[in-house]
Every structure is written in structure tokens, then in C-alpha cells.
Design a protein around this ligand. Structure first.
Ligand code: DGY
Length: 317
């Protein structure tokens, strides 16, 4: 029987199915650092890792030229924690879990967009702290969403799902920035540059993949291009945004608010960010529904099963 390491507890039914087919170890110790990842590559035939597990070039180097592990079935669509080039070099296949989390992640983008626009975080804290004195015609006014412009940065599957929700559900105009030309089946305008998109939008939503190509794509200049009334939302990866530049812009009132699901050094969230009332902060909940997490686990395992039978994993990256 091949050995399989699952690096975090996932849906029980998926683990039960895995146990029928593999000699399974499930870790409960949190994200793996480079040393642990390198050791795991030497100790197991296949690994089902997830966000934060550091399968870096160093981890592959530590595992040697021909590691025992030949398959990483990642739990998650984003695989910026895996050095895919190093994996390939070591003969390790990598798969991910696209599509199954698109709707859940787009819903979290809308949750953040609406919650920030309507100051729901502040309102929640107000009620819980007992400060609310009753309905007030001028109390805690937010900003309207209908008729406003959303700027989507990265028009992949998740970006398109967010754009559809904004356009068809909330009557918003959609502009977007995408590295390559993209035609979509709903009304939306592709802008020539990132900063054109940032400046045209009332709400900016970042939906790019993470990784080296997008690190600090949203820098001080991009944030500075936004309207002072603009609201910034990030549901992709924390490192896409220069976090200190975002905090500085919020502190200086250069933009009106931010809704964030992801951070540069998760799980660290800077105190300066937590101190800003106009920010809604979530703990990386994009794909966190029972249904989605079950489907992600199943897809990750299905790819590992395909590999174990000598087939090409369907979601090979
Ligand atoms: C992903 O799949 O990349 C998500 O960020 C994990 O929820």
C-alpha cells in the first residue's frame, strides 16, 4: 500500500475513502515549514498539502534529486506555497482544486464588498458593545453599491464570478484589468492598465493568483490611483498587495475602506490594520463552506488516486 500524508484534517468522508486506498497519516500540527516539507517529501509516496505548507525550492533541495514522494495533490486552487518548477525537476506531479471553490470565494468577495460599503463591521461592534442608542437618520451611513463601478483585478474564474454577481445581482458597472486580453459573456470593459482600472472604480476587488508574477502588483502607486471614496477588497493572496502601503493609504484617508480575507504574513494581521474601523477583516474564509471544503478534499484525493493508478491527474498544474 502506498503511503499518503494529509497535512491537515479535512472532511471525514474523504479521509475515510483515502484510508481504504492508502496507508494514511493525518497531521494536526498546522502549516509545515520548509524542513518539515522536505522531510515529508522523503517519507511519503504522496502528500495532500494545503495553503501555508512550504514546499519551496529549499524543501525540494533537502529531499534530494529523487524524493520518495511523487505526487502533491494540493487542497486549494492557489499553489503559490509549492515551487512547481522544483517539483517538476524532482519528478513530483502537482495538482490543485479549481472550479469547486469559485462560487464560495466570489461570495466572500461580495460579503466583504457589502460589509465594507455598509460599515457592517463597525455596526456589529457597536451593537455588541452596548453603545447603540436606537435608529438614527444620520448614524453610520455607508455608501450605495447599486449603479457604482467595480474594478476587478484578474479576470479568471473567480474574477468572472465576482463580476457576474456585481453586474447581475447589484446593478454595478464592471471594468477590469487582466494581463492578457479577455472576452467575457457579460457587459464589462477591459482597461488598458492596472492604474486605469484602480482610478475608474468605486470598488476594487483583487482576484489574481498569488506567486512571484503578482507579488506587490498593488503597490502605493496603484492604491494612490484610487478615488478617495474608493473601497478596496482582496480575496486572492496577501502578498499581491503591499500591505504597509495599503495601511498608510487607509490611515491617511487616501481611500475610504478595505475588506480583506488574506494577509501578507498569515496568520499575522498587523495591529495597525486591526485599529482601522473602516476595515472588515476575515480569517481567509474564501472557500470555507462545508460543501466547498468537502469538494476540494474529494478533488485533491481524486487526483492522487489517478496518479496512483498511473493515470494523468485531471487537475495537473
Ligand atoms: C485556495 O484554494 O487557494 C484558497 O485560498 C484556500 O481557501
Amino acid at each position: 500500500m502506498k503511503t499518503l500524508l494529509i497535512t491537515r484534517p479535512i472532511a471525514d468522508a474523504v479521509i475515510a475513502q483515502a484510508r481504504d486506498l492508502f496507508d494514511v497519516t493525518v497531521l494536526e500540527t498546522g502549516a509545515m515549514d520548509e524542513a518539515a516539507a522536505g522531510q515529508a517529501l522523503q517519507d511519503y509516496d504522496a502528500i495532500l498539502p494545503t495553503l501555508g505548507d512550504a514546499f519551496t525550492a529549499n524543501a525540494f533541495a533537502a529531499a534530494g534529486e529523487n524524493p520518495r514522494c511523487k505526487m502533491l495533490g494540493n487542497f486549494g486552487v492557489g499553489y503559490n506555497h509549492i515551487d512547481v518548477a522544483a517539483a517538476k525537476q524532482a519528478g513530483v506531479q502537482v495538482s490543485n482544486t479549481p472550479d469547486v471553490l469559485t462560487d464560495a470565494t466570489a461570495d466572500i468577495a461580495m460579503t466583504l464588498l457589502l460589509a465594507t460599503a455598509r460599515r457592517a463591521g463597525e455596526g456589529e461592534r457597536f451593537v455588541r458593545s452596548g453603545q447603540w442608542g436606537g435608529f438614527s437618520p444620520k448614524g453610520q451611513l455607508g455608501t450605495h453599491v447599486t449603479g457604482k463601478t467595480v474594478g476587478i483585478i484578474g479576470m479568471g474564474r473567480i474574477g468572472q464570478a465576482i463580476a457576474r454577481r456585481c453586474h447581475f445581482g447589484f446593478g454595478m458597472q464592471v471594468v477590469f484589468f487582466n494581463r492578457s486580453a479577455k472576452s467575457v459573456d457579460f457587459p464589462a470593459t477591459q482597461m488598458p492598465t492596472l492604474n486605469d482600472t484602480m482610478s475608474a472604480a468605486d470598488f476594487v476587488v483583487v482576484a489574481t493568483p498569488g506567486g512571484a508574477a503578482t507579488t506587490h502588483l498593488i503597490d502605493a502607486a496603484a492604491i494612490g490611483a484610487m478615488k478617495p471614496s474608493g473601497i478596496f477588497v482582496n480575496i486572492s493572496r496577501g502578498e499581491v498587495v503591499d500591505e504597509p502601503a495599503l495601511i498608510a493609504a487607509l490611515q491617511a484617508g487616501l481611500i475610504a475602506g478595505a475588506g480583506l480575507d488574506v494577509y501578507e504574513n498569515e496568520p499575522h494581521v498587523p495591529d495597525d490594520l486591526k485599529a482601522l474601523e473602516q476595515c472588515v477583516l476575515l480569517p481567509h474564509l474564501g472557500s470555507a463552506t462545508f460543501e466547498t471544503r468537502q469538494a476540494m478534499g474529494q478533488m485533491a484525493l481524486d487526483n492522487i488516486i489517478a496518479w496512483s493508478k498511473g493515470d494523468v491527474p485531471p487537475q495537473l498544474v
